[in-house]
Design a protein around this ligand. Structure first.
Ligand code: BTN
Length: 227
């Protein structure tokens, strides 16, 4: 892949729009890093912030699952469906896959990955976020981490999606758990029984198994465990 580096950008996902398939846009910091549902993503110096420009051969969620597995290979922990990597009960990485359409056709997909590495988290995120350096007890080489994640990404990219999905399920910390799911206009509680081939979370609720296409998942009050 062709690596393009910046000291500072608004968001690598936005900058990546200007580059062809096969590019990796990396920035030392982002001033308008963003996450799902247009939430802001804190991205100061010392973290790993990058976006891959990929073709539309796979659906955006497939890339999210592939990127999750690639990150998990090198930071440990588990994935909270669909796109959050957790270590010691706190979020260490977020992934944002965005489709770019030309007319009505999906043209390319930008997969943004943010990993808290040596960056200092702002006070309001210290309770819910964690950095790799604090887990390791020492500074971590960001460049080396990037190249390892990219290698793993290619490994999972070469696998059939069914295999990726099976692996993702084994690493997904909400599988089999009672969860509360909050979507834009609805909420649901129940036990996660599967993730289907479209990447949807299958939740056994009081009225039967429901398909969750998007939303924020939290462990329900019936669980004693933390992620
Ligand atoms: C989330 O947790 O909702 C996803 C966060 C994704 C953050 C990464 S950092 C690199 C890329 N650029 C962005 O603006 N967002 C993604």
């Amino acid at each position: 892949m062709n690596m393009i580096r910046f000291d500072s950008v608004d968001s690598t996902n936005t900058t990546a729009l200007d580059y062809p398939v096969g590019s990796v846009v990396v920035a030392s910091q982002q001033v308008k890093g963003r996450g799902r549902f247009d939430r802001s993503w804190s991205s100061s110096l010392g973290g790993l912030w990058f976006s891959l420009v990929l073709g539309s051969a796979r659906r955006p969620f497939e890339y999210t699952f592939i990127a999750s597995l690639a990150v998990l290979d090198h930071v440990g922990g588990c994935v909270k469906w669909p796109n959050d990597v957790y270590v010691k009960g706190k979020k260490i990485c977020g992934i944002l896959s965005e489709g770019v359409s030309v007319g009505s056709k999906l043209d390319k997909i930008i997969v943004g990955v943010g990993v808290n590495v040596n960056n200092t988290l702002p006070d309001d995120l210290k309770e819910i976020g964690i950095s790799l350096s604090s887990v390791a007890g020492k500074e971590v080489d960001v460049e080396e981490l990037l190249s390892k994640i990219l290698k793993s990404f290619e490994k999972y990219l070469s696998m059939p999606f069914e295999e990726v999905l099976d692996l993702y399920k084994t690493k997904c910390c909400v599988m089999g758990k009672v969860v509360d799911v909050k979507s834009v206009d609805s909420s649901l509680s129940g036990k996660v029984v599967d993730i289907n081939s479209n990447g949807n979370l299958m939740v056994e609720a009081s009225d039967g198994v429901e398909k969750v296409i998007e939303g924020d998942v939290e462990l329900g009050i019936l669980n004693n465990s933390v992620i």
